[in-house]
Design a protein around this ligand. Structure first.
Ligand SMILES: Nc1nc2c(ncn2[C@H]2C[C@H](O)[C@@H](COP(=O)(O)OP(=O)(O)OP(=O)(O)O)O2)c(=O)[nH]1
Length: 388
C-alpha cells in the first residue's frame, strides 16, 4: 500500500506509442526491464566514474566503481528511500537505472570535451543525452525508436536536476515537443528520490574509491564534517579495528546519515504539505526530497575536498588531458570523414547537413565505452595510415 502522493501504476499517463498492458508487470517494472536490456545500459560497464586507476594498475582498477556499478548503487538507495516514504519503488528504480545512460566515455572529462566540441552545433550534456537515448537512439523494437518508456519515467529523467526553464537543451526540446513533460514543475517524489540517491551514492563511493586508490588517507578526512565524526564513532565503539573494516564501518555510517537525513526531511515536508496526489508534489513550492540545510552544507565541504584531492588530483588531471586530446581528434575526424563511421551511422551522417551530421557523430562518439574510444583513436588517429 503506497501513500496517496505516490505515483500509482493505474494512473500512469502511459506511453507515446500505445501498447497493451502487461498482465504481470507494472508499467514501471516494464520500464525498468527495458532500461536494463538496452545497449546503453550494458555499455555503462566500461564507462569511467572517476579516473582513479594509476598507470600499470589494471588489476586494482577492477575494484573501483564504473558508471554501471554506480548506477546499481543509486537504484538500491532509490528503492530503499522510496520504500521508506511509501512511494512507488519501481518507478524510483527505473528513473535511477536510466539517470546516467547519457554519460559519454571518460565520465565528466569526456562530457566537458564533447560539450566544447558540440558548442557550435547545439551543445551536449549527459542528462539530455539520456533522454535522447531512451526516445531515439535505442533501435531494437519493431514499432518505435527508443524504449517507449512511460511519461513518468521520461519526466524523471528530464527533471533530474529539478524543473527546467527554456531554452531547453537539444533533446529536451524535441521530446517535449512530441509529449509535454510539464518541465516547469517538479518531478514526482519518486524521481526526486532517484536524483538524491545519485548524490548519496557518489558521496559514499567516491570516498571509498579515493581511499582505496591512495588519493587521500583517513587522516585527511578527520577534519571533514559527517565523515570525521563517523570515524571517531567507530574508533570509540570498535577500538583497534583493522583498517579495512574501520573504513567500511565509518563509510556505512556516512551512508546512513545521508539516507536518514533525506527520509526525515521528506517526512517533515510531506507532513506540512499534506499532498493528496502526485500533482500536489509537482505543484509544490520546492522539492520535497532533499538534504537538510546543515547536511547539504557538510556535503558541500566534502565535495570541495573531493574535487581537490580526487576529481582534480594531479594523476587525474594527466589522464584528463590525454582523453580530452583523444576526443578532440576523434570527433573532428568523424565529422570530416563520415565514411570512417560504421553501418547506418555512416549513411545517416554522409547524407546530413553539417549541424545534423555533428549530432549524429556526437551520438556515435558519446555512446562509446572508454576502451572502444581508445581503440578507435588508436585505429584512426594513432597509426601512420588510418583505415576507414
Ligand atoms: N560534477 C563533477 N563530477 C565529477 C567530475 N569528475 C568526476 N566526477 C564524478 C563525481 C561523482 O562520482 C560523479 C558526479 O557526476 P553525476 O553525473 O553522477 O552527477 P552530477 O551532479 O555531476 O550531474 P547530474 O546530477 O547527473 O546532473 O562524477 C567533474 O569534473 N565534475
Amino acid at each position: 500500500m503506497t501513500a496517496p502522493y505516490a505515483c500509482q501504476p493505474a494512473d500512469s499517463r502511459g506511453r507515446l506509442y500505445d501498447e497493451d498492458l502487461s498482465s504481470f508487470r507494472s508499467p514501471w517494472q516494464r520500464d525498468r526491464d527495458r532500461i536494463i536490456h538496452s545497449s546503453a545500459f550494458r555499455r555503462l560497464k566500461h564507462k569511467t566514474q572517476v579516473f582513479v586507476e594509476q598507470e600499470g594498475d589494471a588489476y586494482r582498477g577492477d575494484y573501483f566503481r564504473t558508471r554501471l556499478t554506480h548506477t546499481i548503487e543509486v537504484a538500491q538507495v532509490a528503492r530503499t528511500v522510496a520504500g521508506a516514504l511509501g512511494l512507488n519503488t519501481d518507478l524510483a528504480e527505473a528513473v535511477a537505472l536510466a539517470h546516467d545512460l547519457g554519460h559519454p566515455p571518460f565520465g565528466h572529462t569526456g562530457e566537458d570535451a564533447l560539450a566544447a566540441l558540440m558548442q557550435p552545433f547545439g551543445g551536449f550534456d549527459h542528462n539530455a543525452q539520456a533522454l535522447r537515448i531512451v526516445t531515439r537512439l535505442e533501435r531494437h523494437y519493431a514499432g518505435f525508436d527508443g524504449l517507449n518508456l512511460t511519461w513518468e519515467t521520461l519526466e524523471g529523467i528530464a527533471k533530474h536536476n529539478g524543473p527546467v526553464a527554456p531554452p531547453y537543451p537539444y533533446a529536451l526540446e524535441q521530446v517535449n515537443a512530441a509529449w509535454d513533460l510539464e518541465l516547469s514543475t517538479h518531478a514526482s517524489a519518486e524521481a526526486q528520490v532517484a536524483a538524491v540517491a545519485d548524490d548519496i551514492a557518489y558521496n559514499h563511493h567516491d570516498l571509498h574509491d579515493g581511499l582505496r586508490a591512495g588519493l587521500f588517507t583517513e587522516d585527511d578526512l578527520a577534519q571533514l564534517p559527517i565523515i570525521g565524526p563517523a570515524f571517531a564513532q567507530v574508533d570509540h565503539r570498535h577500538p583497534g579495528l583493522d583498517p579495512d573494516r574501520r573504513r567500511h564501518e565509518a563509510l556505512r555510517r556516512v551512508f546512513g546519515v545521508m539516507v536518514e537525513d533525506v527520509i526525515a526531511v521528506a517526512n517533515d515536508r510531506l507532513a506540512r504539505l499534506n499532498p493528496a496526489s502526485v500533482d500536489d508534489i509537482r505543484a509544490a513550492q520546492g522539492a520535497v526530497i532533499s538534504f537538510s540545510p546543515p547536511l547539504h552544507q557538510g556535503l558541500r565541504e566534502i565535495k570541495t575536498f573531493l574535487f581537490k584531492r580526487m576529481y582534480r588530483a594531479p594523476s587525474v588531471v594527466v589522464e584528463r588531458r590525454l582523453v580530452t586530446a583523444m576526443l578532440n581528434e576523434l570527433f573532428p575526424l568523424f565529422l570530416a570523414r563520415p565514411e570512417a563511421l560504421p553501418g547506418h551511422w555512416q549513411t545517416d551522417a554522409a547524407a546530413a547537413p553539417m549541424q545534423e551530421r555533428a549530432r549524429i557523430v556526437l551520438d556515435y562518439v558519446a555512446g562509446m565505452t572508454d576502451r572502444y574510444a581508445m581503440a578507435e583513436w588508436e585505429r584512426l588517429c594513432n597509426s601512420a595510415a588510418p583505415t576507414g
